[in-house]
Design a protein around this ligand. Sequence first.
Ligand code: ZN
Length: 477
Amino acid sequence: MSTLSGKHRRLHAKAAPKRTQGAVRAPLVLLVLVGALALGFILFQSSPSLRKAAVLEMAEIAGDVAEGYMVDSRPVEVGQIGDVVYQATGIANTQLIPTSEGYVVFDTGLSIQGAKQKRLLEEAAGSGPITHIILSHSHQDHVGGVSFWLEEESEIVAHREFAEEQRYLKELEPYFWTRNRRLFPWMPEEPPSGGPLEFGKVVPTITVSGEESLAFEEGGMRFEVIPTPGAEGADNLCLWLPDQKILLSGDFFGPIFPQFPNIFTMRGEKTRKPIEYIRSLDRLIALEPEIVIPSHLEPVYGREEIKAAMTRMRDAVQYVHDSTVEGMNAGKTVHKLMEEIQLPPELELSQVHGRVSWGVKSIWEYYATWFHHDSTTELYPVPVRGLYADLVELAGPDALLARGERYLTAGDAVEALHFSEIVLEGQPGSRPGLELRRDALAELLERARATHQNAFELGWLDSRLDETRAALGGGES
Ligand SMILES: [Zn+2]
């Protein structure tokens, strides 16, 4: 829906150039807190202002307790960036821009930190009418505090795709929740339902999309909301302050800058579109920002450095995209290309967040979907894994384990992992099978730590290793 009030106008894009975590378990405590919040929400329904005050207070208490369980939590602290932007840090940051006519909020943090972020921001920047809540995208860690900030007159500005992204993330919430908890074990066992912490209730009042941006002026300050899909989903947008040359980038660049982007997410989500991302990057490069304020971690300063970093990101994604397409046309398999395609030295980027080989696989499947024409069996619901038990029966577990060990000794940990999985499928709980799996996973973990240090790969391997050690019994290390 697009309900533009008088002072908003749409701009056409300037012609673009052609071309955390780890943790201790606290699910039960969190569940109780979430329940208490929901109860508070209901109890105070009769009086909106009392209800809001009570919810904010409880949300802050719940957040403080929850944070105590989170090893990698980032505390909520308020500071000022570039004179006009106030920022509350957190697992995700919230930015507040005061003007003489009202306040503009950009992103609202995770629900357990949103209330504290709001209180500290208002203490630092003062309070007044919240005219705009601008959301960089629909992820929980950016929309968690919307209900805390929302006032009757506030506009909620989001990308036109926001509603669709929020819909599918909500419909698949149990599926994604289970996967997320493997990577972020401090999360509660169940997603919050009812009350202000429940995901999926945000209804934008102004949307942006395509080549248009939304420009408005408030208290003498100019704002421009720019649709930038492709990086962290189809519903990404950024906020540009043209007079200050400040770009509030949400998750467009990911948690560190610069880096190879997350075209694929391990928790699951729709594949991101590489060419859309390149176009969005072109649009931001043309702005020549002097400060970039992301919604995670720290701001980045310096026009030349920012431009060089953004250009490198753009060129790296283009390189991986073009190499994948070329390999597909040349008849190479996806696995061959995952192995072959590497960034050239001049485009080298951190792969802490997104990995190049996963980008290759994502680009392939984005264009060609899941039937790779490698085998007729891909068309039918019988995976090769379904025959592992037969292989164990025919070859015997000892021969398979010996081959797995040989691979591991030669440094081929993935091959060794395959053999452990064959044995464990035929003989669930087999101790030598589990030991081979443990050793192969440990080798992969060590390699991941020594190379890209990709946070998701480390989290996944850690979690599988923990499971394997637990299956082997206590005392394993
Ligand atoms: Zn985020």
